[in-house]
Design a protein around this ligand. Structure first.
Ligand SMILES: [Mg+2]
Length: 462
């Protein structure tokens, strides 16, 4: 199938590829093993040669390493492995996560980029990755894309001691795959992919989950068609893809041909019509249905306050439950309903849940007395009573400004106004004295997690 697939791609490319895109040049910069590099440099150690893992020692051996240094990866240890997976004979430095510090270093590095390019040309993608449209700077600095990328890499290294990896491409997608698929495996730490080299460098790459935006769910569905790489996707009948993935098939088809029409200017100009808000956590141990319900209510309370703080109302609620692995799990140690674990560049993401369940609310609201029961009902309707629970996510959808709040015939307007005043008072107290200054009684029960999470950033030690 391989060779016919690539013939198909070459045939399609000139038709779909916009010539304007071919003249642009984007880079995607990644800070190598970012958290681990920060910790190594702060200890006066070389991040490229020292063995160091960032993991919270207080969470025991099953906790995930947030980052390990390249030297440890070279020993065959998986990034984001669990502490117990590091072989006993490997000596390494254990570093406690410091999320606030990493955010500060990340902001500092953004400042370094601003010495060379203006903020309109940067799209910050994550704490350690950003895209830059360098098209207009190459003439200005009289440099090639590779020279320009090396200039930024050097500036980051001189200032912070951290190694940056760069993907260069003629559109945002190609820059990202140049980073993920090619740059990370070269000693120059730079990868370049354009339309002409795309098929050769990326088309046959497996696992397909290494490709940006191809998650394990998509990979599994493609595998039913015997498709395991982008060349395979390009060879598929588009109608079949649309039937399988709906309107999202467009992105997959474009990417299978190395096409991405979106620009940084468009991303920066984008104002979402409706937003969503979500919160999730991995529980510290297996939780029963009732224990998980306590945490769910804590999470719901926090998310409702967030909604009130944003002066917004929600039109739907959603819940996703992840269950603990059970005896008889597959080799990856997980046991979902017919689920499999994919080992990809972006981590192993087993599917051990029933997916996200969403319910539309009768009225758009930010009222706690209406939203909390909506979460409880959805939890009761969708959660198994018999299986231990390890992961909880909740969310609000169809979020709009609070002017769009809706009442029904039975709304007690006075009571809801009082409730809003109370919520605002809680926000004011917490803003002044910290999130743990005011807690619900349930947050003092043994299995509750809010008190500890209030001291964390992104679920990790601040
Ligand atoms: Mg990184």
């Amino acid at each position: 199938m391989g060779s016919t697939a690539s013939a198909h791609i070459t045939k399609l490319m000139p038709k779909d590829c916009s010539s304007a895109n071919e003249n642009r040049c984007y880079i995607c910069i990644d800070l190598k093993s970012f958290y681990a590099s920060v910790e190594a440099v702060d200890r006066g150690l070389d991040p490229m040669t020292v063995n160091l893992a960032v993991a919270d020692p207080d969470r025991g051996k099953t906790t995930i390493c947030l980052a390990i240094t390249p030297a440890m990866k070279q020993l065959g240890i998986r990034n984001r492995c669990r502490v117990y997976e590091i072989p006993d004979n490997v000596q390494y430095v254990k570093a406690k996560p410091r999320m606030r510090h990493y955010m500060e270093v990340s902001a500092h590095i953004y400042g370094i980029y601003l010495r060379y390019v203006c903020k309109e040309d940067i799209h910050v993608y994550s704490i350690d990755e950003c895209f830059i449209d360098i098209t207009s700077y190459l003439g200005l600095y009289h440099q090639t894309a590779i020279e320009f990328s090396n200039m930024l890499r050097q500036a980051v290294f001189d200032d912070t001691g951290i190694c940056a990896t760069v993907g260069i491409g003629t559109n945002l997608f190609l820059a990202k795959v140049a980073l993920d698929i090619t740059a990370k495996h070269t000693k120059e730490h730079i990868g370049y992919v354009d339309q002409k080299t795309f098929v050769a460098k990326v088309g046959k790459h497996r696992p397909i989950t290494d490709i940006w935006n191809v998650g394990p769910g998509i990979a599994e569905r493609l595998s039913h068609y015997g498709v395991f790489d982008l060349c395979g996707v390009a060879a598929m009948d588009e109608d079949v893809l649309y039937r399988e993935f709906g309107s999202n098939a467009r992105y997959l088809i474009d990417h299978a041909h190395g096409i991405e029409p979106c620009t940084i200017a468009q991303i920066q100009a984008y104002k979402p019509k409706a937003q969503s808000l979500c919160s999730g956590q991995i529980l510290p141990s297996d939780y029963t249905y009732d224990e998980a319900l306590v945490v769910l209510k804590e999470m719901a309370d926090a998310l409702i306050l967030d909604l009130v703080d944003r002066h917004a109302v929600a039109g739907s609620v959603s819940i996703s439950i992840g269950y603990a692995r059970q005896p008889g799990a597959d080799s990856a140690g997980y046991n979902g309903s017919g689920a499999s674990a994919y080992q990809g560049e972006h981590g192993t993401r087993p599917r051990t849940h029933r997916g996200n369940v969403t319910r539309k609310l009768p009225e758009r609201t930010h009222s706690r007395s209406r939203l909390l029961p909506a979460f409880e009902t959805l939890f009761a309707q969708t959660t198994s009573h018999d299986r231990p629970i390890r992961r909880l996510s909740i969310g609000f959808g169809s979020i709009l400004p609070e002017e769009f709040a809706e009442d029904n015939l039975f709304t007690d307007v006075q009571a809801e106004n009082d409730e809003q005043h109370l919520q605002q008072a809680i926000l004011a107290v917490r803003g002044k004295f910290g999130k743990n200054a005011l807690l619900h009684g349930r947050s003092l029960t043994e299995k509750a997690t809010a008190r500890e999470r209030n001291c964390q950033i992104g679920g990790h030690r601040a």
